[in-house]
Ligand binder design. Structure first.
Ligand SMILES: [Zn+2]
Length: 69
């Protein structure tokens, strides 16, 4: 399930929610309960290079497609 990043305009917090793609545009309340949030462009879902390379979402950053290994 894709993850989406949101930012709360009330408190400035950023948070992620995993939800079905068809619900991506739905409102998402921040962890503090504010409803005034905006969806950020995901850096996880689309790599743009290679097409089939998995996007590492956690880890040390090495071997994450930078060609360091
Ligand atoms: Zn908030």
């Amino acid at each position: 399930m894709p993850r989406y990043d949101y930012r709360c305009r009330a408190c400035g917090a950023t948070f992620e929610i995993s939800r079905p793609m068809r619900e991506a545009a739905d409102p998402a309340a921040c962890p503090q309960g504010h409803d005034d949030t905006v969806k950020l462009l995901s850096t996880v879902a689309v790599t743009g290079r290679g097409g089939s390379a998995p996007a590492p979402s956690a880890g040390g950053g090495c071997c994450g497609g930078g060609g360091c290994c």
